[in-house]
Design a protein around this ligand. Structure first.
Ligand code: SAM
Length: 475
């Protein structure tokens, strides 16, 4: 989701005539932050400290902070006390404020001792510049922030009635064959460990026609595969007037010529109805992969996490998905070391992994997120123990994934080529099969016969827990 957001900010800036550059060269730094775990937030704090030093040397540097670190007014006040060098606090949905902010705050200065930069919004705009000066675009660096005289925007987390329609910056230049399409923003769940609802607000779906228009535009620019994004993607449409669901949205996207594949993530176990699964499974462009976070294999832990389902309900959902959607592959998210997690409770998570046999497991050690319900509880599993549990999950999953992937040996897979992956002088291509497995294959003898965005047939010759390798056998 954050990558998709950064990509959109980048496009807005490029359309305003700004060019990307390194942090130390930039006139504007946009720091896009993630708060889901402690580690990425600490990284953002480090960057903010570095930017403080940079700004002390270059007072015309603008710094903008966006993303999950921006919560309510209290959080903004705390951040601005700690980092007075932040010029702009901006939620991603407020990206349309950037042009106004830059208009007000960006003062192009040229001359000795100053930055030799002219702001050229677009080529057709009448210019008052002296003729002898060549236009030089101002530069920006996106990382995970933006600032000047501080501009604090209204930060209503929940849109007022009548303002429910999600706004999201839609213009984007596409060069890669795979693109993100955020379809629902925010999250209505109240998992006790999670900061997302406090930072991204309540669920807001983007209207079907807006998404179809954006999808067409992405395909025109070269996208062959779209991943529909949301924290709980199956909640798509519940807040829209006609209640279109995710499967309906997919059917509308499926008719776009040139769009080959549709993916979606992440799923919340309770929202996926049988009807939705059946309709998705019947759409040929929708790929057979489901990311369905379970978080723990123990009912007591799930209760403390306030996940809203029991393990039996989760098992039943997986059974139905596998029955109604042949060939589907599954990935999940697990948190280890949540408050009070005993050794026995943790063992239940390993048991569940052995039982379900996911293709991929994303595992994280629990980290306290201030402001969440669980932050009031004792974080009583020591760090070393969390790490041990995390490695135990990784080790078990490596064995399971290895066994699953071995079943691909000798099979011919349809691969969407994503990029050149030449390493150590050996030219090879990287892509994914429909089941979301990474596939690598060497450049066929005929030079320039493959391009990103091609759909090719690859026969699998070797496997690891994380990827498949083979040879191209056809187009
Ligand atoms: N919406 C999905 C769901 O059903 O939970 C997942 C989205 S969440 C933003 C991404 C993942 O981050 C979660 O699945 C969880 O495993 C992890 N996560 C969230 N909060 C965490 C915390 N406090 N500590 C460790 N991991 C966390």
């Amino acid at each position: 989701m954050n990558q998709a957001d950064s990509q959109r900010i980048q496009t807005i800036l490029e359309e305003l005539g700004w060019e990307e550059t390194s942090m130390d060269q930039a006139n504007l730094v946009v720091l896009n932050t993630c708060s889901v775990r402690k580690a990425p937030e600490e990284k953002a704090h480090n960057q903010l400290a570095l930017l403080k030093q940079a700004k002390a040397k270059r007072s015309d540097l603008l710094v903008a902070l966006m993303g999950c670190m921006i919560g309510n007014q209290k959080t903004i006040d705390e951040l601005s006390r700690r980092y007075p060098h932040i010029d702009l606090f901006m939620k991603v949905e407020q990206a349309d404020i950037l042009p106004r902010f830059l208009e007000e705050r960006w003062t192009p200065i040229s001359g000795a001792g100053c930055l030799d930069i002219e702001y050229m919004p677009n080529e057709t705009e009448p210019s008052s510049k002296p003729e002898h000066l060549e236009p030089v675009s101002p530069t920006f660096a996106t990382s995970t922030i933006t600032f000047g005289k501080r501009t604090v925007l209204p930060m209503a987390i929940t849109p007022k009635p009548g303002e429910r329609t999600a706004h999201y910056p839609t213009k984007i230049e596409q060069v890669s064959p795979t693109a993100w399409l955020p379809v629902i923003l925010g999250c209505n769940k109240v998992c006790t460990y999670c900061i997302v609802p406090y930072r991204r607000g309540r669920e807001r779906s983007r209207p079907v026609d807006e998404l179809v228009t954006e999808a067409r535009s992405l395909v025109t620019k070269g996208a062959k595969e779209l991943t529909l994004l949301g924290q709980t993607v199956e909640a798509y449409g519940l807040d829209l007037p006609d209640k279109p669901d995710l499967a309906y949205l997919m059917s509308q996207l499926s008719v776009i010529d040139g769009l080959e594949r549709i993916r979606f993530m992440t799923s919340y176990p309770r929202h996926m109805t049988n009807s939705m699964i059946e309709r998705m499974a019947n759409l040929p462009k929708v790929c057979e992969h489901l990311n369905i976070p379970v978080q723990s294999g123990d009912d007591n832990v799930l209760k403390r996490m306030k996940r809203g389902y029991t393990l039996d309900e989760y098992r039943e959902k997986i059974r139905r998905v596998r029955e109604l959607w042949p060939g589907i592959t599954l990935s999940t998210d697990i948190i280890v070391g949540f408050c009070g997690e005993t050794e026995e409770e943790f063992q239940h998570t390993l048991d569940l992994l052995n039982e379900i046999r996911f293709d991929v497991v994303h595992v994280a050690a629990y980290s306290v997120r201030p402001g969440t319900v669980a932050a009031r509880w004792e974080d009583d599993v020591p760090l070393a123990e969390k790490k041990r549990r995390l490695h135990a999950v990784e080790e078990l999953e490596a064995t399971i994934a290895h066994e699953i992937n071995e079943q691909y040996l000798g099979k011919i897979e349809e691969v969407l080529v994503e990029e050149d992956n030449t390493s150590h002088g050996r030219r090879q291509w990287k892509g994914r099969n429909r089941a979301n497995k990474l596939v690598f294959f060497p450049q066929p003898e005929q030079e320039n016969s493959i391009h990103p965005g091609d759909l090719v047939k690859v026969q699998i010759e070797r496997t690891t827990p994380w990827s498949l390798q083979g040879c191209m056998v056809g187009i």
